[in-house]
Ligand binder design. Structure first.
Ligand code: ADP
Ligand code: ADP
Length: 216
């Protein structure tokens, strides 16, 4: 049976970092909606132009286009063993859509690790995050630096600071998270599949606790 994991938590808590590691260690596909949108922006597609309008302001991209994009992505062959969803769902409507799309393929959401950290920690992390141009690998100049300044360890491409990681947009994104995404915490707690994990620990320790949560 394929496994579907949803990583929940505020921007900057470490979802992308952990999703990359988990995917590598478990053989599941890493599906990041933020990264999919950034690909579309890079390729100047119609969806990219639309997504950029919202992302630039720190707002969410509308549910309908986001859901359609995820549905298409998780049906691809590399997702056969299952998926680590990073950044989706982000609204109750998206959570319902996740249930229906998995239901259609005889699957379900198996576990929802909810990664937490104090606001100061996530703000500091976002202000020092550097992302790889080629495929979205994530670094941090203060906490997880690349071997060579400005260059991705994995594919040698350029590292850049995301436009939405600037201070004002970060505050907006945190507020949008609190307003629109945080209701999902209680929802998945009620379903009985939420596992709370402290994200303000070393990357390796967070990974260890995530892998423990997956075994349960
Ligand atoms: P999210 O996907 O939740 O927004 P990221 O995985 O992009 O978060 O992490 C945000 C920033 O914090 C990145 O620069 C990343 O390198 C760094 N980071 C991730 N996990 C940790 C950790 N446990 N300790 C310190 N820095 C971290
Ligand atoms: P972070 O890693 O900091 O949480 P993401 O890369 O996940 O940021 O998302 C960046 C932006 O992409 C969001 O601020 C939002 O505009 C858009 N986005 C990503 N995922 C979704 C989603 N599921 N629904 C709507 N918008 C999304």
């Amino acid at each position: 049976m394929a496994t579907y994991i949803i990583l929940l938590g505020p921007p900057g808590v470490g979802k992308g970092t952990q999703a990359e590691i988990l995917a590598e260690q478990t053989g599941l596909a890493h599906v990041s909606t933020g990264e999919l949108f950034r690909e579309h922006i890079k390729n100047k597609t119609e969806l990219g132009i639309l997504a950029n309008y919202f992302m630039h302001k720190g707002e969410l991209v509308p549910d309908d286009v986001t859901i359609a994009m995820v549905k298409d992505r998780i049906m691809r062959p590399d997702c056969e063993a299952g998926v680590v969803l990073d950044g989706f769902p982000r609204t109750p409507v998206q959570a319902d859509a996740a249930n229906s799309m998995l239901n259609e393929i005889g699957a379900k959401v198996d576990v929802v690790p909810y990664i937490t950290a104090p606001k100061e920690v996530i703000v500091e992390r976002l202000s020092s995050r550097w992302t790889c141009r080629e495929s979205g690998h994530i670094f941090n100049v203060a906490f997880n630096p690349p071997l060579k300044v400005g260059v991705c360890d994995f594919d040698g491409s350029e590292l850049y600071q995301r436009d939405d990681d600037k201070a004002e947009t970060v505050q907006k994104r945190i507020q949008v998270y609190l307003d629109r995404t945080s209701p999902l915490i209680e929802y998945y707690r009620t379903v009985g599949i939420l596992h709370e994990i402290r994200g303000d620990q070393e990357i390796e320790q967070v990974t260890k606790e995530l892998l423990d949560a997956l075994k349960k």
